[in-house]
Design a protein around this ligand. Structure first.
Ligand code: HEC
Length: 167
């Protein structure tokens, strides 16, 4: 054979080889899936999914089948029992109300600072602690910023603070 027809022959055989290989592959896969029918079997698919399941996955906040919930809820859930007054004070109110008092907040246990505030009456204090207010000294945020806490928890903290402010 001339070298030209030799090259043609080589190329032809190569293409033929690839073609036959693909064909055999298709036939093999058909036989494999058709034969046992396992690729249609939901149990088999489930087991396979299980085996090839990634070790980790990205959990989106709020995704119902992942145990990740918005941070605020997690905080609430982790404290299943309501917080006591002193607990709420120690976690929140003290940030501003501990001496020397941040942003003009009346200091915890400072009887003189509290006297005029107590004189305003319980009702106004309750309203202001829950809803917040802008006073002459500064801003008291609603619930001291812990709006995730119940009114009751906040008012227990208020009672705790007022008890310490009695003359
Ligand atoms: C971010 C700072 C901050 C936090 C946290 C905070 N307070 Fe205050 N609070 C203030 C400031 C400032 C004032 C004074 C505002 C003014 O009278 O000008 C104040 C005032 C008050 C008053 C007096 C209201 C009045 O009418 O005179 C009460 C009662 C009070 N806070 C309770 C609480 C309680 C209870 C908490 C915790 C749940 C809390 N505060 C958390 C800043 C804070």
């Amino acid at each position: 054979m001339s070298s030209r027809s030799q090259r043609f022959y080589d190329g032809f055989m190569l293409i033929l080889g690839v073609f036959v290989g693909v064909l055999v592959g298709i036939v093999f896969m058909k036989a494999f899936s058709g034969g046992s029918g396992q690729f249609d079997d939901p149990d088999f698919i489930g087991a396979t999914d299980e085996r090839i399941r990634p070790i980790g996955r990205v959990a989106l906040i709020g995704d119902p089948d992942v145990g990740v919930r918005p941070v605020v809820h997690t905080v609430v859930d982790s404290v299943s029992a309501p917080m006591s007054g002193p607990q709420v004070y120690n976690e929140n109110c003290y940030l501003c109300h501990a001496a020397p008092g941040v942003g003009g907040a009346p200091v915890f246990g400072d009887v003189q600072a509290w006297a005029p505030r107590i004189a305003q009456g319980q009702e106004l204090l309750v309203e202001r602690v829950i809803n917040g207010y802008q006073g002459e000294m500064g801003v008291m945020p609603p619930k001291g910023g812990r709006t995730d806490l119940s009114d009751e928890e906040i008012l227990d903290a208020l009672d705790f603070m007022l008890a310490e402010a009695q003359p």
